[in-house]
Ligand binder design. Structure first.
Ligand code: HEM
Length: 107
């Protein structure tokens, strides 16, 4: 059963551009990680300043081993501003199990 790990990060309006730019320049190591299934960066449209980093994994173990890896550390070592260090407390990690999913059924 797949698991979904969503990192919700509060990004104030003045920092959004920089935040998105960082993701455009991300390393892309996660795509090569065993058990990785999906990634999406979701920008809030209204009602919140939280971006969601949606990731889906084959198993809890696959996520845990990426989270403990050099690749994760490298993607989060920061670049002179406050958006990347994984120690920041302006974020929440939400964990879910996928119990149903579907894709378009087209010919
Ligand atoms: C305070 C905690 C965190 C912050 C502020 C943060 C922010 C960022 C930023 C700005 C990047 C772009 C790369 C860069 O700037 O060098 C990044 C990469 C990424 N983050 Fe986080 N992150 C945090 C924790 C997490 C957690 C717990 C997850 C788990 C779902 C996660 C998932 C990802 C993924 C999948 C990437 C892309 C890595 C790649 O391309 O290989 N982040 N994060």
């Amino acid at each position: 059963m797949s698991v979904v790990k969503i990192n919700a990060i509060s990004v104030p309006p003045h920092a959004q551009e920089r935040f998105e730019e960082r993701f455009r320049g991300r390393g892309g190591a996660v795509e090569k990680t065993p058990g990785f299934e999906w990634f999406e960066l979701l920008r809030p449209i209204e009602g919140t300043d939280q971006y969601l980093v949606y990731t889906r994994w084959e198993s809890e173990e696959a996520y845990r081993s990426w989270e403990g890896s050099q690749d994760f550390a490298r993607a989060h070592q920061g670049g002179g501003d406050e958006l990347a260090p994984a120690a920041s407390d302006s974020h929440h990690l939400w964990s879910y199990e996928v119990i149903e999913s579907s894709a378009p059924d087209r010919p």
